[in-house]
Design a protein around this ligand. Structure first.
Ligand SMILES: [Zn+2]
Length: 268
């Protein structure tokens, strides 16, 4: 089925099709959506909430949404994705996911077609079932029932939106390698050292059969390690800080935010 292009929200906000943030404003009806569906939102201070709202407006004014697999888009869906993704850029300067143009939403698990060519020229095609994907070509694809807290495929403590948008940040420097664009060579060196050490430790824990706040999937690739660490940084900050204090501290510096100041659950 052809994806249904829906840009009514953008049109409504802008009153024009080519608008990029011009004239957009925050709607009071979005507040309960962020309260309910965006992790940590309720615990943010007034200034952070203000910045998150501004980023949400910017997101909705600059990215397109498409409902796929028969999904009819609602305001709740778009505000949930925009608000949660914006948490990653709430305190960071610079453009908002500049390489991203479209968010595709499916009702549930979907199959994404992958084509890979080996060095010897053999082409492999596959279409695994998945709940989320982030593509270099400018789109993020999500299963709605894995996004909304409490819905069928949503796993508490995991956050598919934060995961896929962390991949978008990772691509900022042109390579999906577990290191986003950083301010200086010194920052790059520290990041590489801290992440390598934590990645190796996590792989060792997996080999030993130890449980960890970072899901086993984090051990599959440095890019997945960064994406899973980002999810856990926002969803289970206290546990991440206890297990990987240096990793926590790097993420805190990068996101310019300390989730422990906002997290209710993890204070216990
Ligand atoms: Zn991933």
């Amino acid at each position: 089925m052809e994806p249904l292009m829906i840009s009514w929200l953008r049109k409504r906000m802008m009153g024009r099709d080519d608008g990029r943030g011009l004239g957009a404003s925050y709607e009071p009806a979005w507040e309960p959506i962020l309260e309910k569906n965006t992790v940590l939102y309720g615990g943010l201070c007034a200034a952070e909430k203000e910045r998150l709202r501004a980023r949400t407006v910017e997101f909705l004014g600059s990215k397109s949404f498409e409902g796929c697999g028969g999904l009819e888009l609602t305001e709740e869906m778009m505000v949930t994705v925009a608000g949660t993704a914006s948490l990653l850029m709430m305190n960071r300067p610079g453009p908002l996911f500049p390489a991203l143009f479209t968010v595709l939403l499916y009702p549930s698990v979907f199959r994404a077609r992958h084509v890979e060519e080996t060095d010897s020229g053999i082409v492999h095609e596959s279409a695994p079932e998945t709940l989320g994907e982030s593509w270099e070509s400018g789109s993020v694809i999500l299963a709605w029932d894995a996004v909304r807290p409490g819905d069928r495929n949503h796993t508490p403590g995991q956050n598919i939106i934060l995961h896929e948008f962390a991949h978008q940040l990772d691509l900022d420097d042109g390579a999906e390698d577990g290191a986003p664009k950083l301010d200086s060579r010194e920052a790059q060196r520290t990041w590489a050292e801290v992440f390598r050490e934590a990645f190796e430790e996590r792989k060792w824990m997996r080999r030993m059969g130890h449980r960890c706040v970072l899901d086993d999937y984090a051990t599959t690739h440095p890019a997945e390690f960064f994406a899973v660490s980002t999810e856990v940084f926002f969803e289970r900050p206290a546990r991440l800080e206890r297990t990987f204090p240096r990793l926590y501290s790097e993420l805190k510096r990068y996101f310019r935010f300390d989730p422990l100041s906002s997290a209710e659950e993890d204070r216990n």
